[in-house]
Design a protein around this ligand. Structure first.
Ligand code: HEM
Length: 203
């Protein structure tokens, strides 16, 4: 739950890049000026993230994929949920070290949190490297899949959607949420290399 809420907020802040560097920098500045921000980051993001990552890796190690024996979509989803989890483990570690802490020698060494006035420039410089940009497209896609399928699994596992029809309809809703988030996430990334994103002036 906290990670899903964080992601919505994060995509919202990233989307400020569509309006240009000043808006994005101000959004990062506003976030960094929240009182007790470090405690909020630790309690609301880092602890839930580490808990989810460790628990997820344990589940993945114990997984018994059977998608080669059964032709059902859900068997594939079971495997893809674990594959995207592993991708996210590496992507988020890289991403947080690179931008939040500026600790990747040879790439960015400035912490965005400590240099909010340069945050657009820092992200934009990284994204102009095609290899890094591809890593982000993969990271955003894996994140959105993991979240959208995760919401559906949560609804089923916790007994909220029980019947076949309810599960099918919530499945469509999760696909719609996923496609929307994917478009918003990718457009935000593009806004760092192409002013205004994919369809400037309209969005
Ligand atoms: C367009 C794509 C993205 C951009 C431009 C972006 C940008 C940033 C920046 C600049 C920071 C540092 C913020 C600060 O120090 O105040 C950050 C932190 C972070 N990002 Fe992203 N991000 C993107 C996608 C993602 C995705 C897909 C995830 C997946 C979960 C993610 C997870 C995080 C996390 C966990 C943090 C640390 C949060 C914090 O300490 O406040 N980001 N991101």
């Amino acid at each position: 739950m906290p990670l899903g809420i964080f992601l919505l907020e994060h995509f919202y802040t990233n989307s400020k890049a569509v309006n240009g560097a000043a808006d994005f920098n101000n959004a990062v500045k506003d976030l960094q000026s929240i009182p007790y921000i470090l405690l909020i980051e630790i309690g609301g993001i880092f602890i839930p993230l580490i808990y989810h990552a460790v628990y997820g890796l344990v589940i993945t190690v114990e997984a018994r994929p059977n998608n080669l024996y059964y032709p059902y979509a859900r068997n594939w989803f079971y495997m893809i949920q674990r594959v995207t989890g592993i991708i996210l483990f590496f992507f988020i570690t890289f991403h947080v070290l690179n931008f939040r802490f500026g600790m990747i020698p040879g790439l960015n060494t400035l912490s965005v949190a400590h240099h909010p006035d340069q945050s657009f420039e820092i992200v934009s410089r990284e994204f102009h490297n095609i290899g890094i940009f591809i890593v982000y497209v993969i990271g955003i896609t894996a994140t959105v899949w993991h979240l959208a399928n995760g919401i559906w699994l949560f609804l089923v596992d916790w007994g909220i959607t029980i019947g076949e029809r309810a599960q099918r309809l919530t499945g469509y809703a999760c696909i719609a949420i996923g496609l929307l988030l994917l478009a918003v996430g990718i457009n935000a990334a593009i806004a760092f290399i192409k002013p205004g994103g994919l369809i400037p002036g309209i969005m």
